[in-house]
Design a protein around this ligand. Structure first.
Ligand code: DAH
Length: 372
């Protein structure tokens, strides 16, 4: 064990000499004055007031002095450090004021300039309503699927039980795609979204619960009630034990989701080659709720005072379609529906002319805002 150091001989502690402390202080103050912006000042603060700055290091040396010399050295270093810290504060306040003044000038807005009259676009209401329609089925656990717009004739017609000479094929005015020589290519612009039914069945495992929104094409002239390019939403369920009652329940849920609770639906018999039995599904008019029927004093423009609005076609999937898609109709059955998106938008929003939806005038689109 060593003995107490009674013969203590104080060492020279250079950094604590008055001239040294003055020099460190002067260097710090000069650097502070030279800092031109807050970034530079931050670096100066680190170099001259940080833990490893010369004055901080000098401060640590005080303990090495003989007790009698500590007080004076402590005061000297303390005063220098306070001076530096005061100078930092003042310089920081000055630089902040300078920055604020500059920002005010640089970011000034000239409110007297004429405004930019280029109108901003909006999501097209056909897109918006198609999303809303599909979303109701997504909420019931359906998947959204898509198919190609240029489609094989087989998917668009043959697999859907349109026989080659069946008049139903001619009922849909079809744009055929020519091959390179101008001959038949076996491809067409799909006339409906129903071919996606067959694609969905071929692509995925059973059971299948899908909706397919998409663009469809027919050789119609554009006028107030026709457009050659339009949209449909197709629905398809194939599972064990599916009946018309499931279809009816899904249609009721769809109408409630789109137009609110309490509106009745009804089926009318119809014909489509790919469903058997086939129907048209109507919903009670959401505007007059039937009150306009037989009341000439209160006509309803939405349902033409019929009390009902036609939604689209539907039915139980024809077993021949299931077979074409490799599904055993003795084990599985299904329902399908197809509704026109433009039609739904027109009667739900009171749009009278189809051309408003296709001409691309932003004043029409913007009126629908950015719902969804
Ligand atoms: N594809 C039919 C059309 O465009 C609409 C349709 C009717 C679709 C009945 C269906 C359905 O899925 O079951 O006219």
């Amino acid at each position: 064990m060593s003995a107490p150091n009674s013969s203590y001989d104080p060492v020279e502690v250079t950094p604590l000499h008055p001239e040294e402390v003055d020099r460190m202080r002067a260097e710090a103050l000069a650097a502070i004055t030279a800092a031109n912006d807050l970034g530079e000042l931050k670096e100066v603060r680190l170099a001259h007031a940080g833990d490893r700055s010369p004055l901080a290091l000098a401060n640590r040396e005080i303990g090495a002095l003989p007790p009698t010399a500590r007080k004076e050295a402590g005061q000297r270093v303390g005063t220098a450090r306070r001076d530096v810290s005061d100078a930092l504060k003042r310089r920081e306040a000055d630089l902040e004021a300078e920055r604020d003044a500059r920002v005010l000038v640089e970011e000034a807005v000239d409110v007297t300039l004429p405004w930019d009259r280029t109108p901003r676009g909006g999501r097209h209401p056909v897109t918006t309503i198609a999303d809303r329609m599909a979303d109701i089925f997504v909420g019931m656990g359906f998947e959204v699927v898509e198919g190609p717009e240029i489609e094989a004739e087989w998917f668009n017609f043959d697999a859907l039980n349109f026989l080659p000479d069946h008049p139903a094929r001619a009922m849909q005015d079809t744009f055929y795609v020519a091959d390179d020589e101008g001959g038949e290519s076996g491809r067409l612009l799909r006339t409906h979204t129903s071919p996606v039914q067959v694609r969905a069945l071929l692509d995925r495992e059973l059971p299948v619960y899908v909706v397919a929104p998409g663009k469809t094409f027919r050789t119609d002239e554009l006028d107030a009630t026709h457009t050659p390019v339009f949209h449909q939403l197709e629905g398809l369920v194939v599972d064990r034990g599916i009946t018309m009652a499931h279809l009816r329940g899904a249609m009721d849920a769809f109408v409630a989701g789109m137009f609110g609770a309490g509106l009745a639906t009804r089926f009318r018999a119809s014909y489509f080659p790919f469903t058997e039995p086939s129907g048209e599904v109507d919903m009670q008019c959401f505007v007059c709720r039937g009150a306009s029927v037989g009341d000439p004093d209160a006509p309803c423009r939405t349902c033409s005072s019929e009390g009902w609005i036609e939604l689209g076609g539907c039915g139980l999937v024809n077993p021949r379609v299931l077979r074409a898609a490799g599904v055993d109709p003795d084990v599985y059955s299904g329902w399908a529906f197809g509704v026109g998106v433009e039609r739904t938008l027109m009667f739900s929003q009171g749009i009278a002319d189809m051309r408003d939806m296709v001409e691309g005038d932003v004043r029409f689109t913007r009126a629908y805002g950015m719902e969804i």
